[in-house]
Ligand binder design. Structure first.
Ligand code: SF4
Length: 318
């Protein structure tokens, strides 16, 4: 079996240090995930990533601290207000601290605190302040919250809360599969950067129905703006949600998409790691070097549902 010469040239050039272009990325995303060329793509991204990051990895943790029917109403999400039966609940501060300590013992560098799209800013600010006093000093606090205004961010910083970074994404089909607008999502990302916080980004929520063109458009926001982490998150099908019938991508497709991310951000010094949302070896051999496992939420009330049985955490529900 011989590989396509054009693809081979592109990959050789990327391995030599030239980032791939949008047109090349679109072509490479159109390859069948089982093809020889897709395997070469994943192998090239692995080599590029390992050379770039000195074969080192990054572990972060994620804790869902707030659960409620969510106004974001994403058509794929377990918490979407139109589809969920979840009752509002906050995780206790002591439990959050216990989970942070476990992450720190396990070698995590930071922990994302995740809320719904709308969340209590003062509550979150006070929670972060208390955590900063009580969790291991080396564990970074990272926010994964809804859209915020510039004045909210300023208030947050004025309070001296040591949040070092924030996860925020203008999702694939934002505004079509969600109740948020791409413009608002992008504005929040720009505010995060203006506030001097590290911006954590992903190409998500990846599903089988997404075309190479829309994936490239979405992932390039993290090429054009200076993210600290790029990566890919796959979508899990939530029974009863409007997008359930699409199913989910295979690990090899997930690897193919994240391999593209790794080759697109060649030379972007701001990117310190490349992640996939779920722990898997395919990701580690497709150009990633970071994971952010969760601490086992949602709790029992959510575990009753088929959506999260056999899986752990918000990632499955989201
Ligand atoms: S993905 Fe996030 S914003 Fe959208 S419904 Fe779920 S929790 Fe809300």
């Amino acid at each position: 079996m011989e590989s396509d010469a054009k693809v081979e040239r592109m990959l050789k050039s990327a391995a030599d240090g030239r980032p791939i272009t949008k047109a090349e990325a679109t072509l490479l995303l159109g390859l069948p995930e089982t093809s020889l060329e897709a395997s070469l793509l994943r192998a090239t991204a692995t080599a590029v990533n390992r050379r770039r990051f000195g074969n080192s990895g990054l572990l972060l943790g994620q804790i869902g601290v707030d659960m409620a029917p969510c106004e974001g109403d994403c058509a794929f999400c377990f918490f979407a207000k139109s589809n969920t039966s979840i009752q509002p609940a906050l995780l206790s501060t002591d439990e959050i601290i216990a989970r942070c300590e476990r992450f720190a013992r396990g070698g995590a560098q930071g922990v994302f605190l995740m809320t719904m799209h709308r969340f209590g800013l003062e509550w979150f600010r006070d929670l972060c302040a208390e955590l900063r006093r009580r969790i291991p000093a080396q564990l970074e606090i990272l926010a994964n919250v809804g859209d915020v205004t510039a004045s909210q961010l300023q208030e947050f910083r004025a309070a001296g809360v040591t949040v070092t970074g924030a996860y925020h994404v203008c999702r694939i089909r934002e505004g079509v599969d969600s109740c948020m607008t791409p413009a608002d999502r992008r504005k929040t990302i720009e505010r995060i950067l203006e506030a001097g916080l590290s911006w954590y980004n992903m190409c998500e929520p990846l599903g089988p129905e997404h075309t190479p063109e829309e994936l490239v458009e979405q992932m390039w926001l993290g090429v054009d703006l200076p993210c600290t982490q790029h990566g890919v998150m796959q979508r899990f099908p939530v029974p009863g949600s409007p997008l359930y019938h699409h199913g989910q991508v295979s690990l090899s497709r997930l690897g193919q998409v994240v391999a593209l991310v790794a080759l697109a951000i060649i030379g972007r010094e701001n990117v310190k790691s490349i992640a996939v949302n779920v722990y898997n070896l395919v990701g580690l051999f497709s150009g990633t070097n970071a994971f952010f496992p969760e601490a086992g939420e949602p709790d029992e009330q959510a575990i009753q549902t088929e959506a999260v049985q056999g899986r752990e955490g918000f990632t499955a529900a989201l």
